[in-house]
Design a protein around this ligand. Sequence first.
Ligand code: TA6
Length: 277
Amino acid sequence: ETIEFQGLPALHLSTADGASAVVTPYGGQVLSWAPTRGRERLYLSDRARFDGKSPVRGGVPVCFPQFSTLGKLPRHGFARTALWEITEQRSGGDYALATLQLADNPETRALWPHPFLLELTLAIEGGRLDLELEVENSGHAPFAFSAALHTYLRVAELEESRLEGLHGFEYRDALHGDAVRRESGEALIFEAGIDRVYHDVTRPLLLRESGRALGINADGFPDVVVWNPWEDGSAQIADMAPGDFRRMLCVEAAAAHQRIELAAGESWVGRQTLVTL
Ligand code: TA6
């Protein structure tokens, strides 16, 4: 069903058993996901801008063809502020899905000269959300990109949350001069800002909160980004209320440590799956 969400066009998906999601063609961005018999699982800022120009703070922004400031493009690339096209939608059955596409156009080529086709598929079923990003090189020369599904998870209370599964993996710590370290903790707990890229993560993660848990799995995306701005960082973020850092945690499926090289005519696929437990 096509709806208007804060003034943006959007698609509302639902399943027969009550799971739902909202995705907008603006940025190809998922804005909401609630599993069957569950509450909202994604954070979306009350102060998010829905002006059709700014990145929207929350949900699942798609970072492409650049993660963060790893190149000369605007931070996190241009896909999150481009207008995508809805190419498929199915709702109301055991599962619901939507597919959105973004192809290169004069605006993207002015920033990045490569022909490409992005396809984002989102599917919901019961307690599960599947996101798939496909990148096709539709040109005649190779290109390289970095990317992320910059998932903003909603948490009831960050300081009572823990993220398991990263033990032993190497990470780059943006808040400590990009130092490269190895995770020694059994679980991440949150008592300060965090901005890390964990490299080549091969295990599913588990976000535990009091009374509920979320499994986080990725495929194709080698890296995991964990970000929370904390109080000091969020003071610099105009589109986020001061106390909101306690209600969110970004756990992102990313190709950030090394760029993905894609030959002409080839495709790459990355997925992130969230499952309520
Ligand atoms: O993914 C983490 C990160 O790159 C952080 O460094 C951070 O500031 C953030 O994303 C949000 O970026 P944005 O441009 O949306 O404010």
